[in-house]
Design a protein around this ligand. Structure first.
Ligand SMILES: Cc1cc2nc3c(=O)[nH]c(=O)nc-3n(C[C@H](O)[C@H](O)[C@H](O)COP(=O)(O)O)c2cc1C
Ligand code: SF4
Length: 684
């Protein structure tokens, strides 16, 4: 078993003795409710994280009146009481707490409006607005340059906030000076064009940050612990580099900062930073550059979800701590499990970024951890009043989650799937998304570790139902494949998700000529015994199951992800989408990356296009009133799934209590599937 010795060494940060090297960074998660309601929810949220064994937890707060944003207020003494409840909840479970005094792109002076402001009224894109709304107005405007009086007022406000942080029982306070928010804009020559004492030289560009640190120390005490988040580089052309950040860190150390968290680029950097395909530990080199320059502890992070990578970063001396955000949302118990050597029990984050996308309008939910933000309603699985026989039909994420919760609540659970392996549609998704393979393996281990009777290769028939006599049937059999009612849609060169799922389940195509059937049967046989997503990805380079030119009908999430996978493997891809926007349901974090990849690979993106016919030459579409041919050898129907009501209707006459969940009831993504399994099993 891998030893995680460095990760669990204690460390001193300022006045704090941390029990290990794992830090949960501040995350803006405050739901849009009245203050007391928020606090009573968040008490459970943070207590759960603290129980999981993390050393220190950050809470995202704001010094200014950004009332529409998911940060907790620090701009008035009235917030101290609620914040104190949160720090107490964290301390009860043995973790330390710090408040991040955050601010996005905006500030509200006095009773004035929330305005988008910056050092110089410069927007990097030359257009109003910012990539994220966080701290920004709903209608983006050009930033307004701050006056000297306003800068001085901001400094005082930070100091007042730091005093409140200490009074609320936090162990430390952090300033965020990264990712392109206001203070970072002062640091960068790209956005700071001032010609007064706050612009020009590095010393001047750092003046605001240093005055803030000084003011905080004056008001919260020089015996308190202060940390700062910097972007190791903004990753922008002409911006600041790792060497510049190292210099800033050196100056901050002298100013009395006790720890530096090194983030990667700014939010508007044209570089994938937290997306699925970014390798684990990719940004640790930025922390290493800072660590060389200072004597205070340095935290590395961003795209470190794997505890072995975290350990390696520490062991190689690149950092003294690691911050883990999404990994701890996906599994708050990660530190305890890692410490006990139970690495296989850690629920893996799949980098889908649904949590981040929701941080503009929390509560945030997680695709793999349905309890996230529901801790106050479901702190633990409570035993059911009566143990029932529960039959779960379908071993995809919804069915597995329902089985897990039902089994933990004391029901006798049987989980059936007609496929030879667990995972449902995830088995297919793992081919197009590298991070899903880990999730499938985790779910498989999970089911096998619980008192769940697992029956694979088992179709649920009336005879089986008669034999099992379940009290409850949970239908999680997945959605119906999209159909397309046009001539040629049943041709052998047309595949839908059901065909592909069947193939991965070891069953060849039932259509096409003898050659295609034989090939598909051989492929299916191979996959049945050697299912390995990376191997299948590699096989995609060849003509199976897609030939060289592929038309993907449906430019939503599934179609885009498949198209990206195919262009990476040298296919010539066209996406045909009826609406005017490809990737409409792809989140903000991944969409621009995928669109860039598709455009750079020369994929044809046909929007506003209606499919008229599929032939052996490709897909005939109607667009702008004329008919065009999109040439293709293989056609994939990647439109959205439809609910699958057949089995529910069949069972409805039998007097059994039936719940339909997941795609079967309402097609969605992994997050919705997991949530529906979780919530349904809580009420059985
Ligand atoms: C839901 C969510 C909200 C976040 N809000 C903040 C925030 O308020 N302040 C901040 O400094 N970072 C914020 N972050 C960024 C994280 O602190 C972290 O730097 C980022 O997620 C990369 O780390 P990871 O790969 O471990 O997730 C947020 C991240 C998430 C997932
Ligand atoms: S929502 Fe996705 S990215 Fe966020 S923690 Fe969960 S699995 Fe990870």
């Amino acid at each position: 078993m891998a030893k995680l010795t460095k990760l669990f060494e204690p460390i001193r940060v300022g006045n704090l003795e941390l029990k290990n090297r794992i830090k949960m960074p501040a995350m803006a998660v405050s739901p849009p409710e009245a203050e007391e309601a928020v606090i009573s929810r968040l008490k459970y949220f943070y207590a759960e994280k603290a129980k999981g064994g993390v050393a220190i937890i950050g809470i995202s707060c704001t010094a200014t009146r950004l009332i529409e944003d998911p940060m907790l207020g620090l701009y008035d003494d009235r917030f101290i009481k609620g914040l104190a409840e949160l720090t107490a909840a964290i301390h009860t479970h043995g973790a330390k707490a710090y408040a991040q005094i955050g601010v996005g792109y905006c500030w509200a002076f006095g009773d004035g409006p929330v305005e988008i402001v910056g050092p110089s009224g410069v927007s990097l894109s030359g257009r109003p607005g910012t990539p994220f709304r966080l701290g920004g107005p709903r209608e983006p405007t050009m930033p307004r340059a701050l006056t000297l009086d306003e800068i001085h007022a901001m400094v005082e406000t930070y100091g007042d906030s730091a005093r409140r942080v200490r009074e609320a029982g936090f162990d430390a306070v952090e300033v965020i000076a990264s990712v392109g928010y206001i203070i970072a804009q002062f640091l960068s020559p790209l956005t700071n064009k001032r010609d007064d004492e706050y612009g020009g030289s590095l010393e001047n560009r750092m003046r605001l940050l240093l005055e803030i640190v000084e003011n905080m120390k004056a008001k919260a005490g020089s015996d308190y612990t202060y940390t700062c988040r910097l972007s190791g580089s903004d990753l922008l052309e002409g911006g600041y580099t790792a060497d510049d950040t190292a210099e800033m860190a050196r100056i901050l150390e002298k100013a009395g900062i006790h720890e530096i968290d090194v983030m990667s680029g700014w939010h508007n950097a044209p570089v994938p930073i937290i997306q699925t395909d970014v390798p684990q530990g990719a940004w640790a080199y930025l922390a290493a550059a800072v660590k060389k320059a200072v004597g205070i502890p340095v935290a590395a992070g961003t795209q470190i979800q794997d505890v072995l990578v975290a350990e390696r970063v520490l062991a190689e001396g690149k950092a003294d701590l690691v911050y883990m955000a999404r990994a701890l949302l996906a599994d708050p118990e990660l530190p305890n499990k890692a410490k006990e050597g139970r690495l296989a029990d850690i629920r893996p984050c799949m980098n889908c970024c649904r949590c981040i996308e929701a941080s503009d309008g929390p509560p945030i939910y997680c695709s793999v951890n349905a309890r996230l933000s529901r801790e106050h309603e479901y702190p633990v699985e409570t035993p059911a009043a009566e143990s029932k026989r529960v039959l779960v039909v379908g071993g995809g994420p919804a069915g597995i989650e329902a089985s897990r919760v039902a089994a933990l609540r004391g029901h006798k659970v049987t989980l059936c799937d007609h496929a030879p392996r667990l995972g449902g549609l995830l088995v297919l998704a793992a081919v197009t998304n590298r991070r899903i393979g880990n999730v499938v393996e985790y779910l498989d281990r999970l089911v096998k570790s619980l008192p769940i009777e697992l029956r694979l290769n088992t179709a649920v028939t009336p005879a089986l139902l008669d034999e099992m006599e379940p009290d409850i049937v949970v239908l999680a059999a997945g959605g119906m494949a999209p159909t397309l009612d046009v001539p040629g849609s049943r041709r052998a060169n047309v595949l839908n998700h059901r065909d592909l799922k069947e193939l991965l389940a070891g069953r060849g195509f039932k259509k096409g000529g003898i050659g295609q059937r034989m090939l598909s049967n051989l492929g299916a046989l191979f996959v049945r015994f050697f299912y390995e997503p990376s191997l299948i990805r590699w096989m995609l380079r060849f003509g199976f199951p897609f030939k060289k030119r592929v038309a993907v009908i449906g430019g939503g999430f599934a179609g885009c992800e498949l198209a990206v996978t195919l262009v990476e493997r040298g296919k010539k891809v066209s996406i045909i989408e009826e609406s005017q926007r490809i990737g409409n349901d792809v989140g903000i974090v991944h969409r621009w990356v995928w669109m860039k990849q598709l455009r750079e690979a020369g994929a044809k993106l046909e929007t506003g296009a209606r499919v008229v016919e599929i032939t052996d030459k490709g897909v005939r579409i109607e667009k702008d009133g004329s008919i065009e041919l999109v040439e293709a050898d293989s056609v994939v129907l990647a439109g959205g799934l439809e609910p699958n009501t057949e089995l529910a209707e069949e069972l409805s006459g039998k007097g059994t209590v039936v719940y339909a969940i997941g795609d079967c009831a309402e097609p969605g993504k992994l997050l919705e599937a997991t949530a529906s399994g979780f919530l349904t099993a809580q009420k059985i």
